[in-house]
Design a protein around this ligand. Structure first.
Ligand code: 13P
Ligand code: SF4
Length: 310
């Protein structure tokens, strides 16, 4: 890329020229969030992908999110700035193994968390996100048997909230299982006035001590409406950009992880850069393509989720 190029201007120009929309997840780099047409959590992003009238969707997020957009808008061109932007949680549930797992529970309904491959969604009855998982389980009859996958932590959280006995797949997100209870306790002792907020992909013992548990947009809303001035935030650190923008006078501290670099960035989300976003718009690549039969089978479970969360 020519170093004299004003990437932000060029991205804006190409976006208009190609009638493209940029959808970005809260875990993206701040500069990508700032140029997006829509920033949101997984539910908001899929609702946006379903209703956009743009010809092209540039998905600044990870592979499963761009696939969901393609399933909901199959006639549109869907681009992902870095084709390698995957997800450890999605990888923890290979569809051929899940299909075998499902065979053991023939009378169960399958709810899958949106953080999974299109093939996995095609094996499901209803998809959910972290912001509607409880609502979706509660929308089903009490005697309905349910398999929930792939996230064991969100699954355990939903079990606790609903009192239902879900059969869980044993998957997890590498970012949300990294938090150190000891370091969080020490930080809270240093900041007794701070509220501790956490994403339900975190482990049960972390969630048990949280003042608020919710999806990224839920956490953001909480920090806007809550009277406290300081928050310790247990999720990927990208969300803090929006929290800080919405409440400039408040302090946001990323919850400390176990690792030596003290960083809770998602290595997949952070593969996307402004340069890759520009190249992807310019060359219309990497493009998300999916088998028509997978699209046809994965559409209904996602639409059921959108109907319940409308
Ligand atoms: P939400 O933004 O839906 O809370 O999802 C978090 C996440 O891990 C996305 O990868
Ligand atoms: Fe996947 Fe976790 Fe990264 Fe979200 S934060 S994309 S669940 S690895």
């Amino acid at each position: 890329i020519d170093p004299s190029l004003d990437l932000i201007q060029e991205i804006k120009r190409l976006k208009q020229e190609k009638n493209a929309v940029i959808l970005a997840h809260y875990y993206q780099e701040a500069e990508i969030q700032d140029i997006a047409d829509y920033i949101g959590d997984s539910l908001g992003l899929s609702q946006e992908a379903a209703k956009t009238d743009a010809d092209m969707i540039v998905f600044a997020g990870v592979h499963f999110m761009a696939e969901t957009a393609k399933i909901l808008s199959p006639t549109k061109k869907v681009l992902l700035p870095d084709a390698k932007a995957g997800c450890s949680l999605s990888d923890s549930c290979p569809p051929h193994l899940f299909a075998k797992f499902k065979e053991q529970y023939p009378d169960h309904l399958v709810i899958t968390y949106v953080n999974c491959t299109a093939e996995l969604k095609a094996l499901s009855d209803i998809v959910c996100t972290s912001s509607n998982a409880v609502e979706i389980v509660e929308s089903l009859p009490l005697d309905q048997k349910i398999i929930f996958g792939p996230d064991r932590n969100l699954g355990a959280y939903v079990k606790k909230k609903t009192g239902r006995d879900l059969v869980l797949w044993n998957g997890a997100c590498m970012v949300h299982e990294i938090f150190s209870q000891d370091k969080i306790d020490r930080l809270r002792a240093e900041h007794p006035e701070a509220k501790f907020i956490a994403h339900p992909e975190c482990e049960d013992h972390i969630l048990a001590t949280a003042d608020y548990v919710g999806s990224t947009s839920g956490m953001l809303k909480f920090t806007i409406n809550d009277p406290a001035n300081t928050y310790i935030v247990a999720t990927e650190s990208g969300i803090i950009h929006q929290m800080q923008k919405a409440s400039p006078g408040k302090t946001f501290i990323p919850a400390p992880p176990n690792n030596a670099c003290a960083c809770n960035d998602c290595p997949h989300m952070k593969l996307n850069t402004l340069e890759k976003l520009y190249n992807c718009l310019k060359y219309e690549s990497p493009e998300i393509t999916l088998d028509e039969s997978v699209i046809a089978r994965a559409q209904r479970p996602i639409e059921r989720m959108l109907e319940i969360s409308a």
